[in-house]
Design a protein around this ligand. Structure first.
Ligand code: FPP
Length: 232
């Protein structure tokens, strides 16, 4: 519990600034991504401590294929290492992992590791960790619509779309956080962001820690959420 307040149910994070963090230290970009994995672990532990139920990370977007092959491979290796070491790192924690995105274009070994971690953790619900890989908000909506067409659905409702998103039971995020000073959503959770509180901080993702998490929550609790209605 954070300062005795009702925690947000779901925080979703655009982890930006790994490259800049590395550049400022004269390190290769992949060193920034590696340090970014440490920040993910800190965020996960803090989320659980505060009673947050869902945490979503944007690890690789449908647009990130434009990066050099080298960098793409090192990102995939880090993701694979993270999921392969997950049981050891989070032993006894009962965290569930979900992957969201189009996995059809990812390397076979990575897909095997991803499917395996989802399967191994699917009975857990202490904290649901979602990772977007080859994820795009527009792609997700198109994918949902195509599934509805395949099922000969007509007269499509909002619920139909929601039910056909990558993770149909994922609640909309209360907070979408982006680090490193950029103020845009970059194709992240376009359906789910309708009433999310958008929080932008200047620090780079590899710097993210419990103090910054606290600052984000402080900012969140200042917001007046009306969901289109009036103040109570
Ligand atoms: C944005 O920084 C970060 C990414 C595109 C990748 C995020 C991935 C990780 C932290 C590691 C792997 C993930 C998991 C789930 C284990 P950037 O490279 O765009 O930074 P820049 O804008 O400063 O160049």
């Amino acid at each position: 519990m954070y300062k005795g307040k009702q925690p947000p149910n779901h925080i979703a994070i655009i982890m930006d600034g790994n490259g800049r963090w590395a550049k400022e230290r004269f390190l290769p970009r992949k060193a920034g991504h590696k340090k970014g994995v440490d920040a993910i672990k800190k965020a996960v532990y803090t989320a659980e401590e505060y009673g947050i139920k869902y945490i979503t990370f944007y690890a690789f977007s449908t647009e990130n294929w434009k990066r050099p092959k080298d960098e793409i491979n090192s990102l995939f290796s880090l993701i694979e290492e993270f999921v392969n070491k997950f049981d050891k790192e989070f032993k006894g924690k009962e965290y569930r992992i979900n992957i969201m995105g189009d996995l059809s274009k990812l390397p076979d070994d990575l897909v095997l590791s991803l499917n395996s971690i989802c399967e191994r953790t699917k009975a857990f619900d202490k904290l649901i960790i979602n990772i977007g890989i080859n994820y795009g908000g527009r792609d997700e909506i198109v994918h949902a619509v195509n599934k509805l067409i395949e099922n000969n659905k007509t007269n499509i409702s909002e619920k139909d779309i929601k039910d056909n998103l990558y993770i149909n039971y994922l609640p909309d995020p209360d907070i979408i956080l982006r680090t490193a000073g950029e103020k845009r959503l970059s194709n992240f959770l376009l359906w789910q962001c309708a009433y999310s509180e958008l929080i932008f901080i200047d620090e780079y993702w590899p710097e993210f820690d419990k103090d910054l998490f606290d600052r984000v929550l402080d900012e969140y609790y200042l917001r007046n959420r009306r969901f289109g209605g009036l103040n109570a």
